[in-house]
Write a protein that binds this ligand. Structure first.
Ligand code: MEV
Length: 337
């Protein structure tokens, strides 16, 4: 049995604008998806996913992606997660040149599904890593990130940036611009996440921003402004002492940029009442700044705050289902067993 776990992420800055070639800075957080893989003697794939739904489920099928029978998968979100497992299996088979390899796979995750924390990327990265290792063909991190990106790209019909998968593979903070992804140094940022229990439709939200951008020059300007604030934010991160507690002045500046980023995302139509409520609750509780993270429409916000006040305030905010402190994950995907 080979077991790998990969982290989720938050966007410090830059989601949506990254789709149009602007830079973005995601950072991995200590919430992980764990995928266990045991090669089989036949070409079947058996997937067990206790933690992806309340009831859990098991499905067994043979052949490749698309051959999975119409089984009773509990919710559309879990069905979507299964698509990522299928795509990870295909990438691992291809990488190991083992088109008929079969696997018993177990997936567990403490990353909310589809909520802007990179849950699918974490499952894909951990899945490909575990499956290729189980076949005796481990991949280096860049190839792993590339294959995980291809898996997401395929499942999301071409609407995927490299941000989530690269960040999940390498850990730490990452700068993404177009096809270029590079790990960057970052201080130990005190982050708190608020989750509204829901999820936005990434495809629809990305298309919505695209339509606004086509229609209005000022929407295109908003996308470019996000790029400008990302460049300002990354310069601030680069000047800070890596891995150290950031000084108050830096937190204030980064927080201001996060607030600005949320405002521009909101103008581009990708926030939601629950996300705005959590952002304001965090700010009122003393957070240096707060913004939605990921595609928006529902899901998570990320706030910059070292005190417990933000977490507590979020947990009492109407529409917030869960609030938690999110430690930065300096290590990306790793082998557990
Ligand atoms: C979704 O997590 C982030 C978006 O920028 C889309 C992408 O980068 O693939 C909205």
């Amino acid at each position: 049995m080979t077991v790998c776990e990969a982290p989720g992420k938050v966007y410090l800055f830059g989601e949506h604008a990254v789709v149009y070639g602007e830079p973005a800075v995601p950072a991995a957080i200590e919430r992980r998806a764990t995928v266990s893989v045991e090669p089989r003697d036949d070409d079947h794939v058996r997937v067990e996913a206790e933690d992806l739904s309340l009831d859990g489920f098991t499905v067994e099928y043979s052949g490749g992606t698309g051959d999975r029978p119409d089984v009773d998968v509990p919710t559309p979100l879990v069905e979507a997660a299964m698509g990522y497992v299928d795509a990870a299996v295909e990438q691992a088979r291809d990488a190991a040149d083992a088109p008929d390899a079969g696997f018993d796979i177990a997936v567990e995750s403490d990353i909310p599904l589809g909520a802007g924390l990179g849950s699918s990327a974490a499952v894909v990265v951990a899945g490909i890593d575990a499956a290729t290792r189980a076949l005796g063909e481990p991949l280096d991190r860049r190839e792993l990130a590339e294959r995980a990106y291809r898996a997401e790209y395929e499942v999301q019909d071409g609407q995927a940036s490299r941000a989530d998968t690269f960040c999940s593979a390498t850990g730490g903070a990452v700068r993404v611009e177009g096809d270029d992804c590079e790990p960057i140094e970052a201080p130990n940022l005190p982050l708190v996440v608020g989750f509204d229990g829901g999820a936005g439709d990434t495809g629809e939200l990305v298309a919505g921003v695209g339509a606004l951008r086509e229609e209005y020059g000022f929407a295109a300007d908003a996308v470019e402004s996000i790029g400008d604030l990302v460049r300002t934010g990354e310069a601030l991160l680069a000047d800070a002492a890596p891995g150290e507690e950031p000084p108050a002045a830096l937190l204030a500046e980064l927080g201001e940029l996060m607030d600005f980023n949320h405002g521009l995302l909101s103008a581009l139509g990708v926030s939601a009442r629950s996300l705005d409520a959590m952002v304001w609750a965090a700010r009122d509780a003393g957070a240096h700044g707060a913004k939605l993270t990921g595609a928006g429409g529902g899901g998570c916000i990320v706030a910059l705050d070292a005190s417990d006040a933000t977490e507590t305030a979020l947990s009492f905010t109407q529409g917030c289902e869960e609030a938690f402190r999110a430690e930065l994950a300096t290590e990306g995907v790793r082998v557990v067993e």
